[in-house]
Every structure is written in structure tokens, then in C-alpha cells.
Write a protein that binds this ligand. Sequence first.
Ligand code: G2I
Length: 480
Amino acid sequence: MGENSLPADGGRRRLVGTRRLLVAGALGVLGTVTALSASVPAGAAAGTLGAAAAQSGRYYGAAIAAGHMSDSAYVATWDREFNAVTPENEMKWDATEPSRGSFRFTSADQIVSHAQSKGMKIRGHTLVWHNQLPSWVSGLSTSDLRSAMVNHINTVMGHYKGKIYAWDVVNEAFADGGAVGTLRSSVWTQKLGNGFIEEAFRAARAADPSAKLCYNDYNIDNATASKTLGVYNMIKDFKARGVPIDCVGLQSHLSSGSVPSNYQQNIAQFAALGVDVQITELDVGGSGSAQADAYRRVTQACTAVPRCTGITVWGVTDKYSWRSGDTPLLFDGNYTKKQAYTAVLDALNAATPNTSPSPNTSPSPNTSPSPNTSPSPTRSPVTGACSAAIETTNSWPGGFQSTVTVRAGSAAVNGWTVKWTWPGGQSISSLWNGTQSVSGSSVTVRNTDYNGSIAAGSSTTFGFTANGTAATPSVTCTSP
Ligand code: G2I
């Protein structure tokens, strides 16, 4: 799995020697919170990442370091392009509680105040992590550690109560090797056992019920990797037992050419458990068209899944990136837009509106997902001006994902209806790019208002996740 991303802690950290604490409030008091800006006429291409993402109901954020906020070009680019933010280091334990019971929020407040004045969404990062943990924490007894963890969660979340869109409650708890479900050995597992994750999420829900609670990790981008399956199983278990969890963060520290081929399936698979998916720390080492292609694929994968609610890149400019030698971001050291920027903007503008990212209420699959080894498209006879083909794109015991391609014949199609009958009690849990009506085992899917028109010989797709055994029933397509 190492091919997919970098070790998050591995020796590429930049030393930020010039970091300065700016005076709290220097940038002004809290301003009016406005909705995500989407002041773009319907159908028009937006000119910034945030506005383009907002058109499909998503956010596009950047990690911001308070120490760079004296760089006016940095802040100007952040303000212009992004409608969300994650403080890069300022909310971590070493920054917020450097000694026991003594909390500092100056740097984080600076980012939060600025973000609020611009109406940006704010992601909180991060409450319980093995890294950037002050040494006093490691020295505590089991009972002291437990109360210190709960106190930290209560105090930090309490300070920002009502202001945070989503918190990374627990970060990077899973090991990179070992059997599925193996946790990284840390002070948390050693003293509190594996249940520390659940304890943290329960405390977090009580501390700020308005924040989405996320589990965040790297190297969980590949749908079939064992680390991914460990996280998948944990979320499934939390959902089954009522442990509060609302989202999974895929950090996605990637390199050009290393975006897993099943990246979109991975997102859909997590979403089918009934959680939102957020790309939380995206950066892609490389340059030029290879880097742009990777960014495009990540963007398209997110926008194809209704419950993928937003993307955050891990920095604004290559010059301040934690892996600046890899030039992994969307703006170069002079804040010039890179090819990757245009790829992302275009992909966001091409996204279909995310009108109903509603919770999945269906039961989740019972065991680990596994790749579908033999997708077999089933093509319908041409009964109208269109035809349809259904294909299983992923399956796991108890569930599966399918893509349906709707194709126009020799004439353009304006509106389409695809129908089939489930052979064995299957049921759709989440459907995108179509509107469904179900009657017993009969399913009817009609186009949405944005994908009804298909040019002669062209096609469009819709997709869904479903419960039951993977099936490829005969599908019919009709067009008025
Ligand atoms: O390592 C990349 C990321 C992996 N996922 C979790 C993220 O929180 C993590 O972010 C990075 C920051 O981008 C770096 O800026 O976390 C690093 C620490 O684990 C951060 O590096 C540290 C440096 O190591 C310190 O020397 C420096 O004092 O940043 C600190 C603050 O500038």
C-alpha cells in the first residue's frame, strides 16, 4: 500500500523556523458568517475553486498556517480561492495544551476568526493523535490519561463550540502493516486499549453536538488495502453499535500516477456505511499533466459520490508545503496557478449538483468489502431511442456497487427511463445521477434535470450502492 502515499510522519517535515505568533485579533473580530459563496449564474463556470465546489454543494478548503498569515499573497489566495480551512498545526495537542490544564488558542483563533469573517467552513484538526503530543501526556497513569483526553476534547471543542463544521476526532490510529484492524501502538493503545477511539468519539459528541465527527487517516485511499478495510470495519461496527461517527477523512497524500484505480469505489464504499467522506489533506507530488491528471481524478471521484462533501488541499502554495520538494499543491511558490489548478477547477465546474447527500439508512454490509473480480455488463435491447448497460463495479458480502451506462442511438435523446427487476431481494441504498422509484422488486430510474439530454451516439451514467448479492439484471431503456 506504500505505493499510494507517503508515510505521514516520514522525514519530509519542513522546519518552520520563521513561524511567528501574530497578535490575536490583529485581523479583526469575528465577522458575519455567510453561506458558502455560490454567486454564479446557473450553468456558468465558476472562476474559483470554492465557488466551483459550491455549485455542487461542496466546499474546497486549504490547510492554513497562522505563521504565514503575514504573507499578503498567501492570505489573498486563500480568501479568493477557498471556502473552507483546516488549521495545519494550530489545533493540535502540543499547540493547544502544552502543559496539563493550560490551554492556548491564540494561533488557532487567528485562523478561525479570519475564516469566520469570510464565511468559510472550518475543519478542526485534530483532537487525539499520537503525534505532536506533549511529553507530559505520555507520562500519565491510565486513569489520568483517560481524564486528560476527555478534558482536552471538552475544552478544545468547547472553545470552538458551534464554529466547527467537522472535527478530526481521532487521527491516524491504524497501523500501516499487520492484520486487518491492527491499531498503531501508541500511548493511547498501551494505556487505554483499542477502546480509546470509541471513548474519544463519545466524548466529542457530548462536547459539541453540532460538529460532524470524523475519523481521519492516510493510506486508506485504496478500496481493498488492509488498512482501509480496518477503518471500514471500525466505522461499520460504530454504526451498528450506535457509537457516534459522521465522517471519514481520506488524507490522500498522493503522488502522480498513484491514485488508486478504485479510489471512487473506495469513497462510495465508505459512504454506503452511512458516513460523509471528506478528502482532508490532499496533495499530489509531481508536476505538469501527470499531476493535473491525478488531481482531476481525485476531484471527479469525490464529485461522483453524493456523500463526498468536500476536498481540502494540504496547503496553498508549494513553497510552504510540508513536502515542498515534491511541489504537490495547486499554486507554485509565486502563487501562480499550476496545470493541476485548472484541472481541478474544470472538474469542479463539470460536477453535477449535489442535491441530496442524505444519510444512508440501510444496514451496512456485514463483512469486509472485496473487489469484484468479474464485472459483466448486461446490455439492454434497444427498445426506444436509448439503450442501457448495467455493470457491477464493486461488491462485498452483503452489498455491491453498480454503474449503469445510458446510451443514445443514432438520434439525440431528451429524457430517459431505465427499468429492471431485482432477482433476489436486492435494494438500493444510495443512488446518484438519477431519480428512482421502487415498487416491490421493480426499479425505475429516470434522468435528473441535468443529464436527460444525450447527444446521438453519446452516453451518460448513473450509479448506486445496494444491499444484497451483486446482480446484473436485464435493463431496459426508453426515451419519450
Ligand atoms: O505530516 C503531514 C500531515 C499528515 N496528517 C496529519 C497532519 O497533521 C500532518 O501535517 C503536518 C504538518 O503539515 C506539518 O507542518 O504535521 C507535521 C507534524 O507531524 C507538521 O510539521 C511540523 C514540524 O515537524 C515541526 O518542526 C514544526 O514546528 O510543523 C510544526 C509547526 O510548524
